[in-house]
Design a protein around this ligand. Structure first.
Ligand code: CO
Length: 473
């Protein structure tokens, strides 16, 4: 078995609560709290199946660390959503990103976004709002869960009034605590609506509304102290035409490279667009970081040549025989001049780099280190197979790799006593197909040396995103 083990479906018999995990190595005594991760874990059941990595049923995973005792416990539980309940009964009931529930019966594209059948399968990320925790995806239907038991607490039955599509990557300003995100509202005149709320997710205020005939697919965005930057890739949709067409959401977006990629720089204070320069077309899922430097915005992003990666994440491609696999993104830096309204771009490093993370307090600030997954070789292997630390000052990389293993998004946890940016550990769930299991890898963030590996007696499916939450004292 190879990396495709991570795309095999689990079911409820695989759920587990506080299973002890064997720790090989010594965990830092300050590592106390929970790594909570989200990702798809059921792609087929009882004759029903989905088409795309994004469409598998969400499972939450928690690795609980108890600090001085040095013990680790693992909990995994499916989110109990309407999409999940359907799948459990062998039916696709909600329109997923690339899977139709029942061709010709529902309004297809609009059934994904509009009542009564948008998907509530919140399989992409985890967001903390004050004391509550939410599993989130791209539809505006966050699902609240209990961070200890991972039990589903509340499933919304309709979309947010503000809009239908959002990003599972809100930014939290490390100084003000403000949480910023945007939604796309589809209609005769579609709009991006950028909003800010407090860290508990209330007092929401729309700070900018931008009309678009052809909204772009943007899975994340950039934010600095002063600006929000929407990078509009030319992967766009005509909501009116496809309302009556016959494609899923994924099929309805079109790659229009002639449009170029536009950087829309929005002032966080007054919502004004201060610049919107263009570059030749490229695509990305993930921004790495952005920050102000004088009148310039420096924006780092994990860039693909085009949007074909969306095709490459179909299960047919990832899990088929032979697998086609994923392309590699590279690290690019764009400098946006807010006075001249120009942009210049360069490749900072051509190493394969995805699922980028950095220290929370470096969000929107000048930074030195980012961590991600990558491929070892070029052309890339079918699936990311190493961890990469990128030095954005020296433009160098440090890697962790081990034969036939597949690490997840690396989450940085700072040493609370530390003073340097990379003083802390990296947590990544690594799939080891030969052992038919996974382990939680703990690396010293400085040199990516192994500190401990915590064996889970089972394979953990390939997931997307998560975060570490310190135990509240
Ligand atoms: Co993402």
């Amino acid at each position: 078995m190879d990396y495709r083990l991570g795309f095999e479906s689990l079911d409820e018999s695989d759920e587990v609560v506080d299973a002890p995990v064997e720790v090989d190595g010594t965990l830092p005594d300050w590592l106390e709290g929970s790594l909570i991760r989200n990702g798809p874990a059921m792609y087929e059941n009882g004759g029903a199946s989905v088409n795309h990595w994004f469409d598998g049923m969400a499972m939450l995973h928690r690795f609980g660390f108890d600090g001085a005792e040095g013990e680790v416990k693992y909990t995994a539980r499916f989110l109990r959503t309407a999409a999940y309940e359907g799948m459990r009964e062998g039916e696709i009931r909600r329109s997923e990103f690339a899977t139709d529930p029942c061709a010709g019966v529902f309004g297809r594209f609009f059934s994904y976004f509009t009542a009564p059948e948008p998907t509530d399968n919140a399989s992409v990320n985890v967001v903390r709002k004050g004391d509550s925790f939410e599993a989130v995806t791209e539809t505006t239907m966050p699902v609240e869960f209990d961070p200890e038991t991972l039990e589903t607490v509340n499933v919304p039955d309709e979309l947010d009034d503000l809009g239908e599509l959002t990003t599972p990557h809100p930014h939290v300003d490390p100084e003000t605590g403000e949480r910023v995100n945007y939604v796309t509202r589809f209609g005769r005149k579609s709009e991006y609506r950028v909003y800010v709320e407090n860290d508990e997710g209330v007092d929401r205020e729309v700070i900018a509304e931008l009309e678009r005939d052809r909204p772009a697919y943007m899975h994340s965005f950039g934010m600095t102290r002063r600006y929000v930057v929407l990078v509009e890739f030319p992967f766009v949709v005509n909501p009116l035409r496809i309302r009556f067409g016959d494609g899923t959401v994924a099929e309805s977006y079109r790659w229009k490279p002639d449009r170029g990629t536009r950087f829309v720089v929005i002032d966080r204070e007054d919502g004004e667009v201060v610049a919107s320069p263009e570059e030749p077309a490229f695509f990305a899922f993930h921004h790495i970081n952005a920050y102000d430097e004088g009148e310039e915005v420096v924006l780092d992003i994990a860039a693909y040549e085009d949007a074909s990666v969306v095709e490459d994440l179909y299960l047919e491609s990832l899990h088929g025989e032979p697998p086609v696999g994923m392309p590699a993104a590279e690290i690019r830096r764009y400098r946006l001049d807010t006075e001249d309204e120009t942009v210049t771009g360069e490749t900072l490093h051509d190493t394969s780099f995805e699922l980028p993370r950095l220290r929370d307090d470096r969000e929107g600030r000048a930074y030195r280190y980012a961590y991600g997954v990558g491929h070892r070789n070029s052309p890339p292997e079918e699936f990311p197979n190493r961890l990469v630390k990128f030095d954005a000052v020296e433009h160098g990389t440090t890697v962790w790799e081990e034969d036939a293993t597949y690490p997840s998004e690396p989450v940085f946890v700072p040493n609370p006593e530390g003073t340097e940016e990379d003083e802390g550990v990296i947590l990544s769930v690594v799939l080891e197909p030969a052992e038919e299991s996974s382990f939680l890898l703990v690396l010293d963030a400085k040199g990516l040396e192994e500190v401990a590996r915590c064996r889970v007696d089972r394979p953990v499916p390939h997931g997307f995103h998560g975060d570490f939450y310190r135990r509240r004292v």
